[in-house]
Design a protein around this ligand. Structure first.
Ligand code: CMC
Length: 427
């Protein structure tokens, strides 16, 4: 990072010289950290202009529609690599060679089982409990198995945390689903690939002959890759913030799961399908587009818009291609896809969406692909969470493995000045 200078002049204060950092890619960053000592704070609700950390993991150019993990484009990773390689690169900084990959895959397989007693935790949830809530509970429970003796300042311990989480999240996620349908859990199978194993734990059963088709396994793996990381989004920032207090990393990941659940973030894939159901037919699209444009109506077009992408989300382009491939190869005629395509076409030509640079995001297509793979809608965000866990833990490692301070934002106080307490009988 080369250093330039910026001068800040605030009435009533001496002019301040601030450092300007030039990143390897992207916008220059003004270092405002000395302001507090000079009696000033910055104000940036929703963090639209704030870089909360420096990072080497993922780069997004929202204007270009570019997404890189460790410098590799998402398009190349999705077409030439697989999820295990992407996990390795996110955690270790480089793509693995064949030997490193084989070792990493073995390390993940060896940790896929969850503690026996943890299985009983699921009985505390009703069958209709949302699987994201159940996953949160299960992660909280998992933190208790890895608390005493866990030293987050020890790099070997942190490596073990990362491997454990990447390995156990598919198992816990599949257990959430099996619990919801009242079926026995299916144990992980080390003979299978990561995606095949997850699908088998989801759809297999002790007595069933479930076989994962290669098309389905490949599509699942691609979904894992496309959701693996996305720099400092709301859930990743939450994991970093929780981690900055020195919290148990399994609990910090649970905080990420809670943040991901919202419909403005990971919950959008579920919301897209619900919206397509609500729209029902191509003839109703205009009515819903009008609702989305109406400022007095809270309705938004789910799967459209992004804080960072002001161009087509590159993950959406890959997912769009996957969507056609999967539906074609599985011979599925989905009227929802036709509805989605028409909605996309109309929105992309509407002045409101064009002016605001609102393009389809990854969730617009992922829901349709997941549905084609037979995944129930309530599990969509769980699958996002299990894929994103590697990104969350890579960011947690980057934070804890380097000098850091507790995240403690300040505020612009707009409440009452100090006033005298009034006894209750005088109020
Ligand atoms: N439908 C209709 N209008 C929209 C939409 C939408 N989906 N998204 C943004 N706008 C409007 C917004 O009302 C505002 O209009 P105006 O300038 O007239 O006030 C303008 O576009 C700018 O939007 P914003 O609210 O400043 O955008 P933001 O950066 O705060 O929010 C967002 C980004 C993703 C939360 C939002 O676009 C949204 O809610 N989209 C729908 C939910 C969704 O698909 N989320 C998934 C995000 S991608 C997956 C992930 O990474 O989690």
């Amino acid at each position: 990072m080369t250093e330039k200078k910026a001068t800040l002049k605030v009435d009533g204060h001496e002019a301040l010289e601030l450092s300007v950092y030039t990143p390897t890619l992207g916008q220059e960053v003004v270092d405002v950290s000395p302001l507090a000592a000079k009696g000033l704070f910055t104000f940036d609700p929703g963090f639209q202009s704030t870089a909360s950390c420096d990072s080497t993991i993922t780069y997004i150019d929202g204007g270009k529609g570019q997404l890189l993990h460790r410098g590799y484009s998402i398009e190349e990773l999705a077409s030439k690599s697989d999820y295990m390689e992407v996990c390795y690169a996110l955690l270790n900084g480089e793509l693995p060679n064949a030997e490193q990959k084989a070792e990493f895959v073995q390390e993940i397989k060896a940790r896929a089982e969850v503690p026996e007693q943890l299985k009983a935790v699921f009985n505390g949830f009703t069958r209709d409990a949302h699987p994201m809530g159940v996953l949160l509970g299960a992660l909280g429970a998992l933190s208790t198995y890895h608390h005493e003796g866990l030293d987050i300042n020890n790099a070997e311990h942190r490596k073990e945390v990362a491997l454990n989480l990447v390995a156990k999240l598919p198992t816990l996620s599949a257990m959430c689903y099996k619990h919801s349908i009242g079926e026995d859990f299916v144990a992980p199978n080390a003979e299978l690939s990561h995606a095949e194993n997850f699908l088998t734990m989801l759809f297999g059963g002790t007595n069933s002959e479930y076989q994962v088709s290669p098309v389905v396994a490949q599509a699942m793996d691609r979904i894992f890759i496309l959701h693996a990381d996305h720099e400092q989004n709301a859930s990743t920032s939450t994991v970093r913030m929780a981690g900055s207090s020195g919290a148990n990393p399994y609990a910090a990941i649970a905080a990420g799961v809670a943040t991901l659940w919202g419909p403005a973030h990971g919950g959008a894939n579920e919301a897209v399908l619900k919206m397509l159901d609500e729209i029902g037919d191509v003839s109703n699209i205009d009515k819903f587009i009008a609702k989305a444009k109406d400022r007095n109506d809270p309705f938004k077009l789910m799967g459209f818009g992004h804080r960072v992408y002001k161009n087509y989300d590159p993950r959406a382009s890959v997912m769009r291609e996957s969507c056609h491939q999967v539906l074609g190869e599985l011979g599925i005629q989905d009227p929802k896809l036709e509805l989605a395509m028409k909605l996309e076409e109309i929105a992309l030509n509407d002045e409101y969406f064009v002016e605001r640079k609102l393009f389809p995001n990854v969730d617009f297509y992922s829901g349709i692909v997941l549905k084609a793979l037979g995944i129930p809608v309530s599990m969509f965000t769980v699958i996002f969470a299990l894929s994103r866990t590697v990104g969350w833990i890579a960011h947690w490692e980057e934070l804890i493995g380097n000098p850091y301070r507790i995240a403690r934002p300040r505020q612009l106080y707009t409440g009452s000045d100090e006033r005298a307490f009034v006894e209750i009988d005088k109020r």
